[in-house]
Design a protein around this ligand. Structure first.
Ligand code: NAG
Ligand code: NAG
Length: 340
C-alpha cells in the first residue's frame, strides 16, 4: 500500500500512551510491524522497562522505539514534549486505583484532555485514537432490547459509580465503565467545540483475552481464563462475560483507526463473537481431556441484543490481512500460554 492510501505518512512516529499495558503493548507491536516508529509512554519505569530492555530492544537499537515515562497524566503539560513530531496519538491509558469514582474519573478525563490540547499545538498530528470499552455504551448483559450504536452511552453505570458511599469493591466495574463513558463524552465534546485539525476515532472492545508480551505484565482481563482453567471461579461467577475479542484484533483496529483514510469520527465496536464462560469450559475439556474442570455454570445469560461490528471486522481484514476475527479457541490458548 502506498502512502496516499494511509492517513499518516509511512514510517512516521506514533505516540502510544499507556503502552506497557496488555492492550497498549500489543498496539505498539502492531505499529512496529508495519514499519512505524513508536514513542511509548507509561507511568513507571519498573513496570515499563521490559519493553525497551527486552521485548522491543531490537527496535530501540534501530531507532524505531523510544520509552518515555510520563508519571502523571493529570499534569497540564504532561504530553507537550513527548508529542513532538508524532503523526498519531493512541491514548490507551486508564487509571482505576480505588473504588471511589472521584479518584479515577476526573483524572482519566483530564489526561485525555491534556493529550488532546497538546495535539492541537502539534501540526504533525493527523490522528487521535482513544481506547474506550463497550462498557462505555452499556452494562454487558443478556437483555434482548439492547441496540448498540454510535449514540449508546452507559449512563446507568455513571449513576451507579457516583452514588453515595460506601465505595466497596463491587463498585469497580461501574467505576471502570463510567470512566470510559465520561472520558469518551469529554473527548467528543472537545472535538465538537474545538474542531481540532486532526481526526478522532474511538475503539470499544468487549471483554479481551489473548497473548501477553511479557509475563511480568499486568494480565488485566486475561487473568480470567487462567482462573477458569484452575477452577477458581468465584470471581468469574460475579463478573460474567458476554462477548470476546482477541487482543491482537483490538490492536489491529487501533491501527486501522489511525491509518484508514475512510474512518473518521467513528466509535468502533471491537467484538469478535458473543460468548459465556461455558464456551471456554467446553473448549478446555476438548483441548485438555486429561484435566478435570468445573461444571458448567448455570444461568449464564447470552448477549441477545444488536450491535454492528462490521467496521471492526473490515479493519481487521484490511490492516491485518486476516480472513476474519481470531477465534475464541486461539484466544484461549494464547492466554493460557502467556498468563501464569
Ligand atoms: C520480561 O521482562 C523481564 C523484566 O524486564 C525480563 O527479565 C524478561 O527477559 C522479559 N521477557 C521478554 C520475553 O521480554
Ligand atoms: C471530589 O474531589 C474533589 C477534589 O478533591 C472534592 O472537592 C469533592 O468534594 C469530591 N467529591 C466527591 C463526590 O467525593
Amino acid at each position: 500500500m502506498s502512502s496516499n492510501t494511509k492517513a499518516i505518512p509511512d514510517g512516521s512516529w506514533v505516540l502510544i500512551v499507556g503502552a506497557a499495558s496488555f492492550v497498549g503493548s500489543n498496539i505498539v507491536q502492531a505499529f512496529l510491524k508495519l514499519g512505524y516508529k513508536v514513542r511509548a509512554t507509561d507511568y513507571s519505569l519498573p513496570q515499563a522497562s521490559w519493553m525497551a530492555d527486552d521485548f522491543f530492544a531490537s527496535y530501540v537499537a534501530n531507532g524505531h522505539f523510544e520509552l518515555v515515562i510520563v508519571p502523571d497524566i493529570g499534569e497540564e503539560n504532561a504530553f507537550d514534549s513527548v508529542i513532538k513530531g508524532v503523526s498519531a496519538v493512541i491514548y490507551v491509558a486508564s487509571v482505576v486505583t480505588t473504588f471511589n469514582p472521584n479518584d479515577t474519573i476526573p483524572l482519566n478525563i483530564k489526561g485525555t484532555l491534556n493529550a488532546l490540547r497538546a495535539a492541537t499545538k502539534e501540526p504533525s498530528v493527523s490522528r487521535f485514537v482513544v481506547t474506550s470499552s463497550y462498557g462505555a455504551a452499556f452494562t454487558p448483559g443478556p437483555e434482548p432490547s439492547v441496540r448498540l450504536d454510535a449514540n449508546s452511552w452507559n449512563d446507568a453505570a455513571i449513576a451507579r459509580a457516583w452514588a453515595p458511599p460506601p465505595y466497596t469493591p463491587e463498585r469497580y466495574n461501574s467505576v471502570y465503565m463510567a470512566s470510559k463513558a465520561e472520558q469518551e463524552k469529554a473527548l467528543w465534546k472537545f472535538v465538537k467545540e474545538e474542531k481540532p485539525h486532526f481526526t478522532v476515532n474511538t475503539v470499544l472492545p468487549s471483554w479481551i483475552c489473548g497473548r501477553l508480551l511479557n509475563k511480568t505484565q499486568n494480565p488485566s482481563s486475561a487473568i480470567c481464563v487462567r482462573m477458569l482453567f484452575n477452577g477458581d471461579a468465584t470471581y468469574l461467577r460475579s463478573l460474567g462475560i458476554y462477548s470476546y475479542v482477541n487482543v491482537r484484533d483490538v490492536a489491529l483496529i487501533h491501527v486501522g483507526a489511525a491509518l484508514d483514510p475512510e474512518v473518521a469520527n467513528e466509535r468502533i465496536y471491537a467484538i469478535a463473537r458473543h460468548t459465556t464462560w461455558n464456551d471456554f469450559l467446553e473448549l478446555m475439556r476438548k483441548n485438555y481431556p486429561e484435566k478435570h474442570f468445573i461444571d458448567d455454570m448455570p444461568d449464564l445469560g447470552r448477549f441477545s441484543g444488536t450491535v454492528d461490528t462490521s467496521l471492526g471486522l473490515k479493519l481487521v481484514r484490511k490492516w491485518g490481512s486476516q480472513e476474519g476475527w481470531i477465534s475464541l479457541e486461539e484466544g484461549m490458548e494464547e492466554t493460557l500460554d502467556s498468563v501464569k
